[in-house]
Design a protein around this ligand. Structure first.
Ligand code: IPM
Ligand code: MG
Length: 364
């Protein structure tokens, strides 16, 4: 198979962790006899600095021509003074998600039993580790509804974000959750705020009806977002597939990541309905965390989330399950061998980004 990939490292730690992920990708493909063609493009702050725009036309063009996008992370203090609309996150990552209609964000939260000590959660709360997956709706809700800021007649200032959801949008993400649940423990927890929000009431109805009609083998639980945030640290084992709207998913998936050890360990796949040249889903793969400006340039960032994003890409956009597994096992073995970056070292001696990358490569 010939894989064509657009690589968009982005800002701050983005390029550092990408520099670890690329050799891992090259290595695993070489071993299995596949060929790789990739090109690296500016995005986010790097796009603004080098092309005057967070999502340069040439970057978008390269993404269109590729089978999948491997993304780093964007944004940071350097560009925070720009008008909000021009800032890296809003002007590159969100348009990319929208442009390629990547409505389903899949974030696996896996903490293996033998790595429990990397979690900040008390071990007796997670005796069997953690194994859940967050399915976050990614192209609707507050992120994409109408926005405005207006100075009112009395001089007060009003800002508005709108949360909009259609039945069809909820149905298609529910189908992703159903398919995900079927390959797992067959349980979906819908997280919402149906005691207050109109959109949440619609979510409950649509998800409930859809599961009743098409997936009677799946059990469904409803939980409010505030309670979910609490349950996530109290008893994470109760969750299998967590289904939720865009912003709740943004918040809850960070919490899930840290329960599973660290945000630095969590990969994500953003999938849509487009099919690539290999008949597989076109997708964007990125760490769930951000650019971590505070540790950028110091060889401190955990590259695992970026490396595990490569595994998700090989699995979802190319059907290369064995290669994906090989990468996941190499990361798992590295961490189990006690080789850890500071975020998961629990105060013990940590290694840097590059050394972590070498250790993963050696175990591949
Ligand atoms: C994420 C990030 C993004 C989001 C930001 C960078 C816009 O936090 O992928 O979770 O909120 O979706
Ligand atoms: Mg986030």
């Amino acid at each position: 198979m010939h894989l064509k990939i657009a690589i968009l490292p982005g800002d701050y730690i983005g390029p550092e962790v990408m520099a670890v992920a690329i050799p891992v990708l090259e290595n695993v493909l070489k071993k299995s006899g596949h060929t790789l063609e990739y090109s690296v493009h500016d995005v986010g702050g790097a796009g603004i600095d080098n092309h005057g725009k967070a999502l340069p036309d040439s970057t978008l063009e390269a993404c269109r021509a590729a089978d999948a996008i491997l993304f780093g992370s964007v944004g940071g203090p350097k560009w925070e003074k720009l008008p909000p609309k021009e800032q890296p996150e809003r002007a590159s990552l969100l348009p990319l998600r929208k442009h390629f209609r990547l409505f389903a964000n899949v974030r696996p939260g896996l903490l293996l039993k033998n790595l429990i000590e990397t979690s900040p959660i008390r071990p007796d709360r997670i005796p069997n580790g953690v194994d859940m997956v967050c399915i976050r709706e990614l192209t609707g809700g507050l992120y994409f509804g109408a926005k405005s800021t207006t100075t009112l007649a009395d001089g007060d200032i009003e800002a508005i974000d709108t949360m909009v959801y259609r039945k069809s949008e909820i149905e298609r993400i529910t189908d992703v959750a159903i398919a995900t649940a079927r390959a797992r423990r067959k349980h979906i927890t819908l997280v919402d705020k149906a005691n207050v929000l109109e959109t949440s009431v619609l979510w409950r109805k649509v998800v409930g009806d859809r599961i009743k009609a098409t997936a009677p083998d799946i059990t469904l639980a409803f939980i409010y977002i505030d309670n979910a945030a609490m349950q996530m640290v109290l008893k994470p084992g109760q969750f299998d597939v967590v289904l939720t709207e865009n912003m709740f998913g943004d918040i809850l998936s960070d919490e899930m990541a840290v329960v599973c050890g660290s945000l630095g360990m969590m990969a994500s796949a953003s999938l849509g309905m487009d099919i690539n040249r290999h008949g597989k889903g076109y997708g964007l793969y990125e760490p769930s965390g951000g650019t971590a400006p505070d540790i950028a340039g110091q060889d401190k960032a955990n590259p695992c989330a970026q490396v595990l994003s490569v595994a998700l890409m090989l699995r979802h956009s190319f059907g290369l399950e064995a290669e994906a597994k090989a990468i996941e096992l190499a990361v798992e073995k590295t961490v189990a061998d006690g080789i850890r970056t500071a975020d998961i070292a629990g105060g013990a001696k940590a290694v840097g980004t590059k050394a972590m990358g070498q250790a993963i490569l050696a175990r591949l």
